[in-house]
Ligand binder design. Structure first.
Ligand SMILES: [Zn+2]
Length: 347
């Protein structure tokens, strides 16, 4: 008990992010009497995310974020669950996430950044299971409608719309997908194929089926990629930008009014050379001017993308934007933020 009490004192004394070593035991969490710390929150003591039956945050101002591979995240806030993208059944040569799409039983809203399979593949199934509303570009919504989701569950946005939810709002912004030279992509695909064990016929079939759970419409690049700004009723602001493409006029326009965000979840994927990708991701982070930066999409997508080491990016963020704290959690590990004090805890 003393060990935890000591650490709590330190947490309260520091607004900076801390990395807590062991998971806290819930019985100890609620024993504390002398004020609330985000480390007390039940979501911070478990790898079981809220959407698969884990606890909800106990405090009205705690936002718990979990990275669920690729550009998938879960946001848990009060009694609500928001999923950012959903590609959970990922097939051969992608690391398993520790849960399956059918395990997701709870979500109020699913946000889709764009309609490529590695972002949208499991959204229809999860929306059916949970009854969640789904927001996305018209291209994404068209795909989900074709997958059988009723219009009553669909919130199309081409960017520019403002949506009100219980305790938070969402502003959708037309963004731009990453743009990569096709010769880099095809050469990388060849190298990845050569450096992995060959797929069995059954695995090939599985990979093809998963790859078909989305669209390859070229309009996704300019019309089908949406960024989202969440503004919570305590003033905390979060930006989700799931592809690292050129900054759009719409993004510049909203940030000329908003000025800063508290948490930016911005994609770091595409180029193989870190400096080339930093040159694209860093200006997006800079535009959104956050206190905390979480990379996204920096994960293997078998046959397409490699794992991106985050250190070169984080060093560039530290050197360019010294006030920004960069954090890269593991799959399902909770990141808790007290949105009123901005206290951050990575469990
Ligand atoms: Zn994409």
């Amino acid at each position: 008990m003393h060990r935890f009490a000591g650490r709590r004192q330190f947490l309260k004394a520091s607004a900076a992010a801390l990395v807590a070593a062991p998971f806290l035991r819930p019985t100890q969490l609620f024993a504390q009497q002398d004020g609330y710390s985000v480390s007390d929150d039940p979501t911070l003591s478990t790898l079981i995310q809220t959407s698969v039956g884990g606890p909800s945050p106990a405090s009205a101002d705690v936002l718990t974020i979990r990275w669920l591979g690729c550009a998938n995240h879960e946001l848990a806030f009060r009694d609500q669950v928001v999923l950012l993208d959903a590609w959970y059944d990922r097939g051969p040569h992608n690391r398993p996430l520790g849960f399956a799409p059918q395990d997701v039983t709870r979500a109020n809203l699913i946000i889709n950044g764009h309609a490529h399979f590695d972002h949208i593949a499991d959204i229809a199934a999860v929306a059916r299971q949970t009854g969640a509303m789904v927001m996305g570009a018209p291209i994404s919504i068209g795909y989900l409608r074709a997958q059988g989701l009723p219009d009553s569950q669909l919130l199309p946005t081409a960017g520019g719309e403002h949506f009100d939810f219980d305790g938070y709002t969402v502003d959708a912004i037309l963004a731009h997908h990453s743009v990569l030279p096709t010769e880099i992509l095809s050469k990388l695909g060849e190298v990845l194929g050569a450096d992995s064990p060959p797929l069995t016929p059954a695995e090939q079939q599985q990979a093809a089926e998963i790859g078909a759970r989305g669209l390859w419409d070229p309009k996704i690049i300019t019309e089908g990629t949406i960024a989202y700004i969440f503004t919570f009723d305590n003033g905390f602001r979060l930006i989700y930008r799931n592809s690292a493409g050129p900054i759009t006029d719409a993004e510049r326009a909203i940030m000329s009014q908003v000025d800063s965000t508290d948490l930016a979840i911005v994609a770091y994927q595409g180029h193989v050379v870190a400096d080339s990708q930093i040159a694209i991701t860093l200006p997006i982070v800079q535009l959104y001017n956050p206190s905390i930066y979480l990379p996204t999409h920096h994960d293997t997508v078998a046959g397409f993308f490699i794992d991106q080491a985050t250190e070169p990016l984080f060093m560039a963020v530290r050197d360019t934007l010294p006030a920004v704290r960069s954090v890269s959690p593991l799959y399902r590990t909770p990141v808790g933020i007290d949105m009123s004090t901005k206290q951050l805890l990575v469990a």
